[in-house]
Design a protein around this ligand. Structure first.
Ligand code: ZN
Length: 267
């Protein structure tokens, strides 16, 4: 191999962020990923089926319609929509939300109860959408379990393993412990998505600040969200800075009456 080839390969490795320790540019959503989009869709469907056996999905057409419209509005502001996104509310009073591969996004009832406005919920959902857009979970899962094991899951050779890994996706620290770089990218893109979609990105900031003060009062109540999404003063500052960089625009008002009704139903 000549020197030029070696040089080009090294450049490519740097660009794709090969070697997990490589710093990832917040704006680059196309990091190195061994799992194809189609494989991710298959894997996601398997995890979602398993998760919905382990958690109780809230079966209320009005609440479903509410999260569907919010999700749809947010996706209009995402950089790329490669998956058929699904938004569901699950009965669990911890303040949390999580995404599994393939665009399945789950909002815990505790998140809706803790939020005061639709924009606050939308902030968290925008963050989760962008973990999917940048395909963080398949990147993390490949790193943790290896490509061949994930392929085994996709091919359905080991249902027990699907159960086991899906279990660890349900909010506990573990598979969902994204790297700090991934969290900060999901925050950065979340702010951008909200802005483009017409949601005031202050919602994400307000909710993070609220979580931070709730955590100081009662660390147990938020243990799950904080184990998968550590909230630091730096992180809040970063979000503030990103919001300040945005060009000014008017945001379409969200629907306080619809949100109040959802909260009333969950009470
Ligand atoms: Zn996150």
């Amino acid at each position: 191999m000549d020197r030029l080839k070696i040089f080009l390969i090294m450049c490519l490795m740097l660009v794709t962020g090969l070697g997990s320790g490589c710093a990832v540019s917040k704006s680059n959503i196309h990091g190195f990923n061994l799992i194809s989009v189609d494989e991710e869709k298959q894997l996601g469907a398997k995890f979602a089926a398993e998760i919905e056996k382990q958690l109780t999905v809230v079966n209320d057409p009005e609440i479903q319609a509410y999260v569907d419209q919010m999700g749809k509005k947010l996706l209009a502001g995402a950089r790329e929509v490669k998956f058929d996104y699904v938004f569901k509310v699950v009965k669990d009073d911890t303040v949390n939300a999580f995404a599994v591969p393939g665009g399945y996004i789950y909002l815990q009832t505790g998140l809706l109860k803790a939020a005061d406005t639709e924009e606050e919920v939308a902030g968290v959902v925008a963050h989760e959408i962008n973990h999917v857009v940048a395909r963080h979970s398949t990147r993390q899962l490949t790193q943790k379990h290896g490509y061949s094991l994930l392929l085994q899951l996709i091919l359905g050779q080991d249902p027990g393993l699907v159960t086991q890994i899906a279990g660890s996706l349900v909010g506990k620290a573990g598979e969902l412990a994204y790297s700090r770089g991934m969290e900060s990218q999901a925050d950065f893109l979340g702010v951008e998505t909200m802005h483009k979609a017409g949601y005031n990105p202050d919602g994400i900031l307000k909710f993070f600040q609220k979580l931070d003060s709730m955590n100081k009062r009662d660390p147990n109540a938020l243990a799950r969200f904080f184990s998968s999404h550590p909230m630091t003063a730096d992180r809040i500052e970063e979000v503030k800075k990103e919001i300040a960089k945005l060009p000014s625009r008017s945001y379409t008002a969200d629907n306080p009456a619809a949100f109040a009704k959802v909260k009333e139903k969950l009470r």
